[in-house]
Design a protein around this ligand. Structure first.
Ligand code: AMP
Length: 423
């Protein structure tokens, strides 16, 4: 089968690397791809906003499956257009992508199907939002309803902070994403991510992960797209996974199907494991980045039949096997990230890697044959081992062999899991 992969980040490099190992694959194309993806796929200069052009390409090349990596093309309806054209596509419709695109939509679904999540109210004016917030008291969480590039959430430890966040949302700090505000109860516990495929009616659990969103060691400083991740998440015991499936994922699949928007693709559920059990913080409708990188390191099964089964409603006929090893990835970022940073800084020759190591490209380009850093998050240095301690040691040994003067990383990825391992 020929496959077209859409995207250009570390997540897509991990998907390309794994798809390229498939015994079912005859040819992999990627649009637009990156220099790492180019090792596994033919890059095509397709404008993915031009849905007709993507459809033409797929017909011309007889593409058997389109895999959409990032969320933006999904929200723009690329999966709908491809599906309307009779193509098999891994990724939800724009309507189903509201699970990520609108926090209010997801909270209402949770309320209708009794899915455990923080108590909440939706507001379209500041006065009512503030009155409710005062009544609830701090700590409390203020969220812009729409997609705000990960910046629309304020976990307010004081009432003043919460009221200021409400003013920020309604004064346009997050553009139209903040026209509606969700005020949500603060959930106390340990966070984990859970990944699960859906074909609209059947769920296939994948694996769990934990990430580090803050730029600084000890989880301090500004939020980023993610500075590192590991899988599995120790807090996600078999019992927690079973409860997550039963209490959160299965009712979501049922709810989406009953609302006429069956969900095809991957659920990336952000969970808080509280004293009561798993509670939903949010859904994303694509693989996490860099969580995907550690999932792909641990996946023993052929990825292509799994994604194809999700796209074609046959998930009940496949299963996924996982390595018991821990995989851990360290994000190498450009100095200055998540603030301003220099672009096109030179990266030396990447070190050779063993079978249990892999360097994924997230923000690189080739300039006159030499590798340069073009993004904030640039390389995902990934390794696996029998324990988090071992996976971490291997990943940092590999980091130390990189030659990139303008790069930096956190040196403590996995610290919570390591503290647990040592306890
Ligand atoms: P979100 O964009 O909804 O994932 O929120 C970003 C981050 O804010 C999450 O990863 C959590 O760390 C935190 N957060 C969101 N909602 C809550 C909540 N109800 N209680 C505690 N922390 C939260």
């Amino acid at each position: 089968m020929k496959v077209l992969l859409i995207g250009s980040g570390g997540r897509e490099h991990a998907l390309a690397w794994k798809l390229a190992q498939s015994t079912k694959l005859t040819k992999l194309f990627a649009a637009p791809g990156n220099p790492g993806i180019a090792e596994h796929a033919e890059l095509v200069a397709l404008d993915t906003d031009d849905h007709a052009a993507v459809i033409d390409f797929c017909r011309r090349e007889d593409i058997g499956l389109v895999v959409v990596g990032p969320e933006a093309p999904l929200v723009a309806g690329l999966a709908d257009r491809l599906r309307d054209a009779g193509l098999a596509v891994f990724g939800p419709s724009a309507a189903a992508a509201q699970l990520e695109g609108s926090k209010g939509f997801t909270k209402d679904l949770c309320a209708r199907y009794d899915i455990p999540t923080g108590a909440y109210q939706r507001f379209t004016d500041a006065a009512a939002a503030k009155a409710y917030t005062r009544q609830q008291g701090a700590p409390i969480v203020i969220k812009a309803d729409g997609l705000a590039a990960g910046k629309g959430v304020t976990v307010a430890m004081t009432l003043d902070e919460a009221l200021a966040a409400i003013d920020d949302c309604f004064s346009g700090a997050f553009g139209s994403a903040g026209a509606e505000v969700v005020v949500e109860a603060f959930l106390d516990g340990e966070e984990a991510s859970f990944f699960c495929l859906s074909d609209g009616k059947t769920a296939l659990p994948l694996a769990t992960a934990q990430d580090h969103k803050r730029v600084g060691e000890g989880d301090t400083g500004p939020n980023t797209g993610g500075m590192g991740a590991y899988s599995p998440a120790p807090v996600m015991t078999d019992e927690m996974v079973a409860r997550t499936m039963r209490e959160i994922i299965e009712p979501t699949i049922r709810g989406m199907a009953e609302s006429g928007h069956p969900f095809t693709g991957v659920f990336f559920a952000g969970l808080m494991i509280t004293a009561k059990g798993p509670e939903l913080i949010e859904y994303n409708v694509r693989f996490g980045d860099p969580e995907c990188q550690v999932l792909m390191m641990r996946l023993k099964s052929d990825l292509l039949p799994l994604l194809h089964a999700a796209a074609t409603g046959t998930l009940d006929q496949v299963s996924a096997e996982w390595s018991d090893d821990v995989a851990l990835t360290v994000v190498m970022a450009s100095k200055g990230y998540p603030g301003p940073y220099d672009k096109n800084t030179p990266i030396g020759r990447l070190p050779e890697t063993k079978a249990d190591e892999k360097i994924f490209h997230a923000g690189t380009a080739l300039k006159d044959g030499a590798l340069v850093a073009t993004g904030g998050r640039v390389l995902n240095v990934t390794a696996s081992g029998a324990t988090v301690v071992e996976a971490q040691a291997k990943a940092y040994a590999l980091v130390d062999r990189l030659e990139w003067e303008n790069g930096f990383c956190r040196r403590d990825i996995g610290w919570q899991a390591i503290a647990r391992e040592k306890a």
